[in-house]
Unconditional design. Sequence first.
Length: 477
Amino acid sequence: MKRYEALAEEIAQSIRTGVMKLGDRLPSVRHASASRGVSPSTVFEAYYLLEARGLIRARERSGYFVTAGGKALPPEPGISQPIHGDATVVDVSKRVFDILRSTKLRDVVPFGSAFPSPHLFPLPRLARAMASSIHRMDPWSTLDDLTPGNAQLRRQIALRYLADGLHVHPDDIIITTGALEALNLCLQAVTRPGDAVIIESPTFYAALQALERIGLRAIEVPTHPREGVDLDALALAIARHKPKACWLMTNFQNPLGSLMPDDKKKALVALLAEHNVPLIEDDVYGELYFGNKRPVPAKAFDAKGLVMHCSSFSKCLAPGYRVGWTTPGRYVDDVVRLKLTMTLASSAPAQVALSEYLAKGGYDKHLRQLRHTLEANQTAMMQAIVRHFPRGTKATRPSGGYFLWIELPGKLDTLEIQNKAIALGISVAPGPLFSAHRDFSNCLRLNYGHEWDARAEQAVATLGRLVTTSMENHRTG
């Protein structure tokens, strides 16, 4: 055992035995290095290993804290293995609409929701910014700010790119009605009906709906729950199918929560550039990281303008304002033309309100609080799963976002479990929603982005009983 591994195991043992409890702060790297007589790099390696195991988590400018609370975490699922080698026509919309209709009910525990709680956002301050900015808004701006959008907002977005080391000119940014419009515009700019598009497996169901609407074929590629899409499988799919585009999430993928490492993002961009395949990068969760630094998008490694980066404020600041954007690289003129012919422009009041809010500061403070809340909720949900779900249940360990991907033991039908759960006032997102082939029937996506309280704990307990009963019925049936 290497020195850092021995140190990590010693700390892990303290956590497992309850000597260190949930929320306890670990010694600083400097203090641990001096007290244990090891180099700072050894302490860093030990802390990184513990973080990868889900036992501790770094908080910005605060240090490392215990997140496992002395409880063992569920094991992680392995990489998905789609058995379908061919591109397939997509037909998912009715299934998605039928299931998601139930997540809108206020009296339902919203584990199946695609959105975090609206109470996590500074909506009163945003409302004041909107009232103030509308009062001063130049009437001509309603024409000046037609496609590609409000110039000041695009400048604020460009400044945030710059803070992450990306040099994006405001003229290369197009404001859209949410990220979903950005993603759809980018997809339409580079494909025609009948084309093949590579997606992750499992993938975000909105990607499947977009492919279905345009008449595109889906190529599902295996995706690792920690590091994202399998690049070897991706290379084989490109060689076989000659896709016109890839639609991927590199940061906190929905539904897995996977985060692609920087070196893998760089290799991804290089692979796609070699074959001249555009990457439509869905990065709506990038600001919701739990570590010390925002993970850069794949766009950071783009030298040929092939990465069409898309994001929005809906998941991190202003749900309901429906303000997103894209930086589509070499395809900027194509996307502008499509935007002009489809929706012309996005809401001018929402754009000026967000521009004023960003200019006055406070956004990063809000994000820090939001991240801490989501991180604490994730820990609470994972520990509830350990307490209430049957042995053999596996769960991802995302380092950001607000989704857990749960893999249940045995051959279960989570569509059936979803129907029973909703009758008891609990929504979940069953695995088949996230595959063109209706795979992952023994999987669930759970949202921990809402208030964690006794009601949420009880809902996890109820789900655990439903799963256990379903397992018993399958064994005896």
